[in-house]
Design a protein around this ligand. Structure first.
Ligand code: DON
Length: 566
């Protein structure tokens, strides 16, 4: 009896401390991805971007100046991921308030719900992904300028200067950029305006080549001088409209004039005494992170162990339910009813939990929840924190690699392909393999459903951590897992970010797993009825935690970003 208890105890201990981390990227060391400071902390996916943020603090700027400089530098440094032709969300905590800024792209006025279908109602291949029709009306410039105008301390020209400099003088193509260029080579080659910048003697730029973006530098100068009008009116606006005319696109001056930044009420939830704050619709992120955490709250995940098959099974099952609900219930809450309260309620989590067993549920057995229509209508990531309790957590994007692949001639930036985040028709699958429902069909001025989840975790009124990541639908499950790793499993922040990840999105009916899980874990999950898809999770979480008076920053070492602080 004594021996049996001892074996159980030993196995429990080894279970709960035994976990695997992802491998570091090529030529990477842990050191640059982790930093400790007390005055401020910055984690971004780009070296130039993190350093630009640091420069703003050194110049006497505040957290908003740092966020603005980082936004523009990322637009230059990571054209595959974000850009001034894109959009995003930003969650901002200051001493007295938390604001959720929405500068997501909008569908053009001349768009409609069948825009991506042929006469027979079939999807037109890649129309929502490549080229002019893929682009929503950009929101990034309007968003970040509005925030800077309200709360920045430094003049705009000082804050945009690092981005102009980087675009004008260029930088060396790094492995991830080279990879993305290779993946999208064919589409990029098909547009002369893109070819001019990203090809040399007919060949796409490779690792080690220099990327110079002079037209982009000029567009940034125009923004530095004229603010919002330097992009949405005047020469740059004309360039955007001309590009649309050239390809029979839909974006007009009226769309640019109508583009509006929205301040929304953040989504909040609670997990074992921690307050979780995240992005509301048109992001699905906040709702489903809280839903997943609610479902898991009653399980003792910590004692099961972070990468124990039982933990993976229940977490994946919670994710599966969330994505079944996402397909049915989510869309831009300015246009359709989203049952925010129901989806994030503890009662609904209880209902879902009661259907979970030790075995996997097949896709057909997972039904979206039913909610009353009467409930109230609520509606490349970087993170920064300072010693005054200010936090900025922002996810920005052009959607797929290089967005639509189409550079606005003479203006040097890519138009996004965010229109693909709409459902091309009910039940259709988007770039990230997620099922879209009728609430997410295209309508003029509507914003496409997103998974982007800039998030903040608090306890007893104090900030505990802030985080976010890119990676489509995986965003919300990567954020949920990182939060669980830190507050439930009590891993150090570095391990919380670097622990191997998994993902379930209801369709396809599989657990996506990062490479490296032990065979016996997978074998156990198979006996529960799960199937697997290896790879496909490339979240790059940018996280900062406040531990006593220290700010700990971790920039996911699966990527090239760095953490810097003081
Ligand atoms: O809004 C969304 O959910 C997507 N457009 C995000 C795209 C993304 O994360 C690209 N990933 N690397």
């Amino acid at each position: 009896m004594y021996l049996k208890t001892l074996i159980i105890l030993v196995s429990l201990v080894s279970c709960s401390t035994n976990y695997k981390l992802a491998k570091l990227g090529k030529n990477q060391t842990r050191k640059e991805h982790e930093a400790v400071g007390s005055k401020y902390m910055i984690t971004t996916p780009g070296k130039h971007a993190s350093l630009a943020g640091k420069k703003m603090f050194e110049k006497g700027g505040n957290i908003v100046d740092a966020a603005t400089a980082i936004t523009f530098v990322l637009s230059v440094e990571r054209p595959q991921s974000t850009g001034i032709g894109g959009g995003g969300f930003l969650l901002q905590k200051s001493a007295d308030k938390i604001k959720a800024w929405d500068f997501r792209e909008k569908a053009p006025l001349r768009s409609h719900s069948k825009i991506f279908l042929d006469k027979k109602g079939n999807e037109i291949k890649n129309k929502s992904r490549d080229g002019i029709f893929a682009a929503g009306v950009p929101g990034l410039v309007a968003g970040i300028l509005e925030i800077h105008q309200k709360e920045g301390a430094l003049p705009l020209k000082d804050v945009i200067a690092p981005a102009i400099d980087l675009a004008e003088n260029g930088f060396t193509v790094y492995p991830e950029l080279a990879f993305a260029l290779e993946v999208r080579e064919k589409v990029l080659f098909s547009y002369p305006s893109t070819r001019k910048i990203f090809f040399k003697s007919g060949n796409v730029l490779k690792e080690g080549d220099r990327l110079i973006q002079k037209d982009l530098a000029n567009t940034l100068r125009s923004i530095a001088v004229f603010g919002r009008d330097g992009f949405y009116r005047g020469q740059v606006a004309r360039q955007i409209i001309n590009e649309n005319k050239k390809w029979n696109g839909l974006i007009s001056q009226k769309d640019l004039d109508l583009y509006n930044v929205k301040q929304r009420t953040p989504i909040t939830g609670e997990y074992k005494g921690y307050k979780i704050i995240s992005m509301p619709p048109p992001s699905s992120g906040g709702i489903h992170i809280i839903q997943i955490l609610n479902i898991l709250e009653k399980f003792d995940l910590k004692s099961w162990g972070i990468q124990n098959p039982k933990t993976i099974h229940y977490t994946a099952s919670a994710m599966q339910q969330a994505f079944a609900d996402r397909a049915k219930h989510l869309g831009d809450a300015d246009f359709v009813h989203v049952p925010v309260y129901g989806l994030t309620s503890k009662g609904y989590a209880e209902e879902v939990r009661s259907k979970l067993t030790d075995k996997a549920r097949s896709k057909e057995d997972v039904y979206p929840g039913k909610f009353s229509k009467k409930e109230a209508d609520h509606t490349t990531h970087f993170t920064i924190m300072d010693d005054k309790g200010n936090v900025i957590s922002s996810t920005q994007t052009v959607n797929g690699f290089f967005g639509s692949g189409l550079v606005v001639s003479g203006a040097g930036f890519f138009l996004n392909n965010e229109m693909d985040d709409f459902s091309t028709k009910p039940g259709a699958i988007n770039l990230f393999g997620a099922v879209g429902g009728s609430k997410n069909l295209v309508e003029p001025e509507k914003r496409p459903l997103s998974s982007m989840s800039p998030s903040i975790v608090m306890k007893d009124g104090e900030v505990v951590m802030a985080l976010g990541t890119p990676n489509g639908t995986r965003i919300l499950t990567c954020v949920a897992q990182t939060i669980l790793n830190y507050i439930e499993h009590k891993l150090p922040l570095y391990d919380s970010v670097m622990a191997l990840r998994y993902h379930h999105q209801w369709h396809p009916d599989k657990i996506w797993i990062e490479e490296g899980f032990p065979e016996k874990t997978l074998a156990d999950l198979k006996t529960r009825g799960h199937q697997f898809k290896e790879g496909g999770i490339w979240c790059k979480v940018q996280a900062i935690a406040r531990e006593n008076s220290k700010l700990i920053g971790v920039s996911d070492a699966r990527g090239r970003g760095i953490a810097v602080g003081e």
